[in-house]
Design a binder for this molecule. Structure first.
Ligand code: ARG
Length: 464
């Protein structure tokens, strides 16, 4: 007999039962469901809505069920549809009639909203922890390899010399914003919908604040219809997750490029690489490729939840059961991606010499030569033209800027003096001492800022 079976005369069709059941995936909510029920039962007794003796039986019974699930001895039943009905039906088996009083002043609609909010809240914390770990590794690498020079790229063409640490800190910034997006949506997740009932509120004198406090939730929802139909918090998690996955995919792409023979900037550790079953010489950056690939599925999850919610009338609709698999998979995929990525970058070998030669042998100081002429009074556009001609000349002759004598330089512009020949990768870097630039002094400052940002995220996490 179904817990809602009173008005029915026929059994549910087997295919329909299987199609409608969420227990195969929403069993992951058992801890939140039990915590919510315990808080609800306590409150019902405190308000005199149910007897204290019944409440005690319910709480002891729910704790026994939790222990049973954790021992792997609980039988999740498809004919009991979802986690809420599975636990309630089991409670009846454990404690008898008193179990029937738990659902007083509650609907599965506010119950599932509460469970998912509690689950998402914890997921945000573990996601931010993972992001923080990766950021720590980036800072560690940036400190360890401080001073290593590489070419910076635009259009995938060597553009200007930069510090490798500056490049790493660019990703630090992206992940800093990601952590900010997750911690920002935490406040909107941390709201208790319990008391909203099916949609209109409940006719019992519930103490909604008490339930929220019991669960460590900081606010209660203001509108019962919104509370049972709102899944914005899932959208927000998925949006932040999709963007974080996109950041990871950009970084993954660079790791893949850098580890090619053509670049040779890094070598991935054997622990994060795989071989080919046919080509014995191969060492493939599978983990980076997978992280890059999984961003597609994360973007898909965001589209799926938005499309599911689009056009849904108030209040609860069964469509919303579709929120869970997406969210669960997104959290698993993102946290696993962050974890493997952190291990992979944390163990890669850096080929500083190769990076330096690539920065040096590619006219990367061309902008600096133009800036030199600007300081001697030439308009920037003319200076640009002059240095462009020098590049053309060097390419034709197979030379580098450093191979040009002062006399040769002066054939391009009479403003050139001996100090123009002192323009190097190092002077180019040092010159970019604007706030946020790649000059070593700026990068050192940025490292200090990064360290204090890590500290603030750590403090935020400790408060959760
Ligand atoms: N399993 C359902 C879900 O995930 C729980 C809520 C069901 N509510 C209902 N009125 N059928 O959305």
């Amino acid at each position: 007999m179904k817990l809602w079976g009173g008005r029915f005369e026929k059994e549910l069709d087997k295919t329909a039962e299987e199609f409608g059941a969420s227990i195969p995936f929403d069993k992951r909510l058992y801890r939140e469901d039990i915590a919510g029920s315990i808080a609800h039962a306590k409150m019902l007794a405190q308000q005199g809505i149910i007897g204290q003796e019944d409440a005690t039986k319910i709480i002891v019974g729910l704790e026994a069920i939790r222990a049973k699930i954790e021992r792997g001895e609980f039988e999740f039943r498809l004919d009991r549809e979802d986690i809420h009905l599975n636990i309630e039906a089991q409670l009846r088996e454990e404690i008898g009639e008193a179990a029937g009083r738990l659902h007083t002043g509650r609907s599965r609609n506010d119950q599932v909203a509460l469970d998912l909010r509690l689950w998402t809240r914890a997921a945000i914390v573990s996601t931010v922890e993972r992001i923080l770990k990766l950021q720590r590794t980036l800072v560690r690498l940036a400190v360890q390899w401080n001073g290593v020079v590489m070419p910076g790229y635009t259009h995938m063409q060597r553009a200007q010399p930069i510090l490798f640490s500056h490049h790493l800190l660019a990703y630090f910034e992206m992940f800093q914003r990601d952590a900010g997006r997750f911690s920002d949506c935490y406040g909107r997740v941390d709201v208790s919908p319990l008391g909203s009932g099916a949609l209109a509120g409940v006719p019992y004198p519930l103490d909604r604040e008490f339930v929220a406090q019991e669960l460590g939730i900081s606010a209660i929802s203001r509108n019962s219809m919104d509370a049972v139909s709102d899944r914005d918090f899932v959208v927000e998690y998925l949006a932040a997750a999709a963007l974080c996955a996109v950041h990871l995919s950009r970084f993954a792409e660079e790791i893949i490029l850098w580890s090619t023979a053509e670049f040779g900037f890094i070598e991935l550790d054997d622990a994060y690489s795989t071989g080919s079953s046919i080509m014995p010489q191969k060492k493939n950056p599978d983990m980076a490729e997978l992280v890059r690939g999984k961003s597609g599925r994360m973007i898909g999850h965001l589209m799926a939840i938005l499309t599911m919610l689009k056009g849904l009338p108030l209040a609860y609709n069964k469509d919303m059961q579709e929120d869970k698999e997406i969210l669960f998979d997104a959290v698993d995929t993102l946290t696993n991606s962050l974890k493997v990525f952190e291990g992979m970058v944390g163990t890669m070998r850096i080929r500083g010499g190769t990076m330096y030669r690539a920065a040096e042998g590619s006219f990367a100081t061309a902008t600096d030569l133009a800036d030199y002429l600007v300081k001697k009074g030439k308009p920037f556009r003319e200076a640009h033209e002059v240095v462009g001609k020098m590049v053309r000349h060097c390419l034709d002759k197979g030379k580098n800027f450093s191979d040009l004598s002062l006399q040769e330089l002066q054939t391009f512009a009479p403003e050139f003096e001996e100090d123009a020949r002192q323009i190097t990768v190092e002077t180019s870097l040092a010159a970019r001492k604007v706030y946020g630039g790649t000059a070593p002094g700026q990068v050192n400052m940025a490292l200090e800022t990064a360290t204090s940002l890590l500290e603030s995220t750590q403090i935020w996490l400790e408060g959760k």
